[in-house]
Write a protein that binds this ligand. Structure first.
Ligand SMILES: *Cc1c(COP(=O)(O)O)cnc(C)c1O
Length: 415
């Protein structure tokens, strides 16, 4: 037998879900399309509802489902996390995480450079429930420390910001958070598990939009929370009350037994099936896309019409050193570049024939978008300034097409 600790990423992934054998020996966990589950007798269903079973059974699919659980097991194996829970979208994962961490009078220390809905969730939704968001420059370690007080419920950032492409120096932020007993919550959507070992860099709670790399061709929306078991919740201002009764991490206990059930943003079994298949080809797609992105970024830098190119592996990136240290040579498939002005951006995008105008990231297709007029289009100019979105910026998610074809499409559209 091979020790599971020694197996490679893909072998672990493909052998993660061996605990429950399908009745017919199906290799892919089937889609368990059911709302409820039958029990042999009254005592058995009572035990299930009262959490008295050794191996918890499924009772109702808003709480758990075998297809979803199978994908959770795969993610647990490849992430090295202690506890994994899946949701109906990335925002479902992020909102559930903060519904468990935040409270009226608490604050979240974060960067203003956030995915649009995460920004809006903190700034508008949570603010109305009495949660304060404290924006800091995550490159400034002293500013992070100064923003923390006894009511800081979490530090949050994105591992690479979208679309700014800044990298938070997590290894150096982690000791500050540990000193003040603040959990580190990181959105790692941009770099999946094969490219980034979150635990090694001090991440306590990871949130991911599985819509992106994991879904495998943008088949479906999904989100994940991974708890690395590294935070002592007895020191958390809200969750310390939960610690005495929690048989596992107080944070996950609170989410699984209360928050997620009440909010109902559960992943659907069909989605879990698609995303399990997507996950199985993750490393292949990720490395190809990431290589394409790097080669394309270098090529774009040589074109006179392009004012600036951002990709963290470029020698011109201020984050090159961190990118090398953190991402095993594959810093993902998102890059950005600037053209002269918005009119030039629109004219360029309208001429593209292969690259598609769409908002998603890490589809198999190359996708392009003008963030200022779309994702941030309903924000005021002032708010866009706070978030740092220029109207000269174009974001591209590089797909699986042949690199030469992507280059040719860009060249003809720049004419
Ligand atoms: C897309 C995205 C989200 C939100 O995910 P959904 O699945 O669309 O809800 C959150 N964070 C980042 C970095 C994203 O790219």
């Amino acid at each position: 037998m091979v020790d599971s600790q020694c197996k490679g990423f893909n072998s672990q992934l493909l052998s993660a879900d061996k605990s429950i054998k399908d009745a017919h020996g199906a290799i892919n966990t089937p889609i368990y399309r059911t709302a409820a589950y039958e029990f042999p007798n009254s005592q058995a269903i009572a035990d299930a509802f009262q959490n008295k079973e050794m191996i918890p059974s499924h009772t109702y699919s808003r709480i758990s489902n075998p297809s979803v659980e199978s994908l959770e097991k795969k993610i647990k194996a490849i992430s090295g996390g202690d506890n994994v829970m899946l949701f109906s979208s990335g925002m479902g994962a992020i909102s559930n995480a903060f519904m468990a961490l935040a409270y009226a009078g608490s604050n979240i220390v974060t960067s203003p450079h956030l995915f649009g809905n995460t920004f809006a969730f903190f700034q508008f939704t949570l603010a109305e429930f009495g949660v304060e968001v404290r924006f800091v420059d995550t490159d400034d370690l002293a500013a992070i420390e100064n923003a923390i007080d006894e009511n800081t419920c979490a530090f949050f950032c994105e591992v690479i910001t979208n679309p700014h492409l800044e990298i938070a120096d997590l290894a150096n932020i982690s000791p500050i958070l540990k000193k003040h007993n603040v959990p580190m919550v990181v959105d790692t959507t941009i770099i999946p598990w094969c490219g980034f070992d979150a635990k090694k860099f001090g991440v306590d709670i990871e949130v991911v939009s599985t819509t992106k790399y994991i879904s495998g061709g943008a088949t479906s929306l999904g989100g994940a929370i991974v708890d690395y078991g590294s935070f002592d919740w007895s020191k958390h201002p809200r969750l310390k009350k939960v610690t005495p009764q929690a048989p596992f991490s107080a944070f996950m206990f609170k989410i699984k037994r209360e928050i997620a059930r009440n909010f109902g943003a559960n992943m659907d079994p069909d989605t879990a099936f698609f995303q399990s298949l997507g996950l199985e080809t993750l490393t292949l797609r990720y490395e190809k896309m990431s290589n394409n992105a790097y080669e394309l970024a270098k090529f774009l830098e040589t074109l006179p019409q392009i004012v600036k190119v951002s990709y963290t592996q470029l020698d011109s990136s201020p984050y090159k050193k961190l990118s090398d240290e953190m991402f095993k040579g594959h810093p993902g498939a998102m890059l950005t570049f600037d053209l002269k002005d918005q009119v030039t951006c629109f004219a360029f995008m309208d001429k593209l024939q292969l690259i598609k105008r769409a908002t998603n990231l890490f589809d198999n297709n190359s996708l392009i978008i003008h963030p200022a007029s779309t994702i941030y289009g309903t924000f005021t100019a002032e708010m866009r300034k706070v978030i740092g979105i220029e109207d000269t910026l174009i974001r591209m998610s590089v797909g699986l097409e042949e690199l030469e074809d992507i280059k040719a499409d860009i060249l003809q559209a720049l004419q």
